[in-house]
Design a protein around this ligand. Structure first.
Ligand code: GDP
Ligand code: MG
Ligand code: ZN
Length: 304
């Protein structure tokens, strides 16, 4: 049986890319429809291919994760694009992105844009924040101040992280996702500064996703992944998405501590002595409150 990854789904066909880079056009076996299983772009699959024009998608391998809007699976890396200004850098937004990525078991990478137009002051502030995130263990790429990044320099900085991965770019509209992708591969020719929803292929207005080979990786051709997908995240899971809070939480008196009002909370102590930054704890707390206000079905407020 041949193995590969679905890189495009269109008009009932699934296009499968093998490790060698060959692309096969297949149809899904009838059994999938019967079982109400829809193959997703990103799926690793087994397929057969004979002398006929098209192959047959036989089996979907276990998914590592699955996103809606865009519908895509098996994302390894989420490049979170954050601009220093226009729109202004916000740790609360960054933490939302990080949580949504961590929750889906996607490795995050923070990429800062618009360093060329940043004032010394703006740059200094964001740099200090980036140091905090690096200390937590995140990978942060912060280009130099006042310089427009050349394509090669951008590629060199990203290459080791994206190689062989399935990648999505995440970020607020206007953060510079499309601009960054164009610099990485000018052939993509993506519309920037606009409200276009798909990578430069304006005529395809349908919402299909496609994985595009870029720098030895496959990138989802949707810069639209800005929705925060943690509709079903629990209070406990939230703290797992803040690595330093999760780590400190081991020393809390209660193992179920969500670091809100519990006594002898090691996380709150760490915030007081500065080991955990105030803003990370604040961002955590407001997400926690959102979760508590959203879904009473996870138990009454404060219930342990
Ligand atoms: N000066 C400067 N402008 C940028 C940079 N990145 C993006 N822009 C501009 O910011 C606007 C939004 O960029 P775009 O790539 O469309 O953002 P997207 O919505 O995240 O895809 C465009 O006018 C870009 O030219 C950057 O690094 N420096
Ligand atoms: Mg864009
Ligand atoms: Zn605690």
């Amino acid at each position: 049986m041949n193995k590969g990854q679905i890189i495009k789904a269109l008009s009932g066909f699934y296009y499968i890319k093998t490790a060698e880079g060959t692309i096969y056009q297949t149809r899904a076996r009838g059994i999938f429809r019967k079982k109400k299983i829809t193959p997703l772009v990103g799926d690793y699959v087994e397929f057969s291919y004979g002398t006929e024009q098209e192959g047959s998608l036989e089996k979907i391998l276990q998914r590592k994760n699955e996103l809606d809007r865009p519908s895509v699976s098996n994302i390894d890396l989420g490049i979170i694009v954050m601009s220093i200004s226009h729109p202004v850098f916000s740790t609360s937004l960054l933490d939302r992105f990080l949580v949504s990525v961590e929750y889906k078991n996607i490795q995050p990478l923070i990429y800062v844009t618009k360093t060329d137009i940043a004032s010394e002051n703006e740059y200094g502030q964001v740099k200090a924040i980036c140091e905090d995130y690096k200390k937590i263990g995140y990978t942060v790429i912060l280009p130099e101040q006042g310089k427009i990044m050349a394509s090669d320099a951008i590629k060199n900085s990203l290459q080791p992280y994206v190689e062989g991965k399935t990648v999505v770019f995440i970020g607020q509209s206007g953060a510079g996702k499309s601009t960054l992708l164009n610099k990485i591969d000018p052939n993509l020719n993506i519309k920037t500064g606009g409200t276009s929803k798909s990578l430069g292929r304006g005529k395809h207005t349908t919402r299909h996703v496609e994985l595009i080979p870029v720098m030895g990786s496959l990138v989802a051709d949707t810069p639209g992944f800005s929705a925060i997908q943690f509709d079903d995240i629990t209070e406990q899971e939230l703290s797992e998405c803040f690595p330093e809070i999760w780590e400190k939480g081991r020393d809390c008196r209660f193992s179920s501590c969500i670091h809100q009002n519990e006594p002898d909370c090691a996380v709150k102590k760490a915030v007081e002595d500065g080991t955990i930054t105030q803003y990370r704890y604040k961002n955590y707390s407001s997400l926690l409150e959102e979760i508590q206000n959203r879904k009473p079905r996870y138990g009454k407020k404060g219930e342990k």
